[in-house]
Design a protein around this ligand. Sequence first.
Ligand code: ATP
Length: 194
Amino acid sequence: MQIKRLRLTGFKSFVDPADLRIEPGLTGIVGPNGCGKSNLLEALRWVMGETSAKSMRGSGMEDVIFAGTATRPARDFAEVAIVAELPEQQDELEIIRRIERGAGSAYRINGRDVRAKDVSLAFADAATGAHSPALVSQGRIGAIIAAKPGDRRAMLEEAAGIAGLHVRRRDAEQKLRATETNLTRLDELIGEQE
Ligand code: ATP
């Protein structure tokens, strides 16, 4: 998957709409301390479905909404959009995540309301996602080196694009168990009728 554009509105320090074009190749973000470099990377993680407030450097999920400054009032919502191109597909994909105070997050893919799970599966199938090692933030290299074998395996699986298969397998196993329970119940009911 090639991410081509990143648009932010009201996300952390990006109170005004910002639209960034991401060119092919390695992208680095440079700038003075506190200018919002890490916030950009967090915006990418967030739109990919990040659910941990801690990894967004906040105590609650609404902390990603612009909290106001001495001169500007706080915002009521934050929105991040990415435009991406999938390999071997011509059509672009626009994925949007929006959070409103008191109303939680909502996701859209190409204008259609979807579940958080649909978004993370779309990224997992494209071998990327909120925890992709391709997004290198401060301290991340050290964390990868020090990771436990199980965690490192999860990173490799994510890079290979098979992480989504585990989620689908878990879902299928759950459905299977529910169906088995239904069948057992059906057998009991048939037994009672006989
Ligand atoms: P450094 O180089 O020091 O790591 P950086 O360029 O990565 O800095 P960030 O950490 O991305 O900068 O941005 C920090 C800035 O974002 C701080 O000024 C902080 O006040 C601001 N910020 C973070 N969350 C919010 C928020 N919800 N509302 C408004 N501003 C915010």
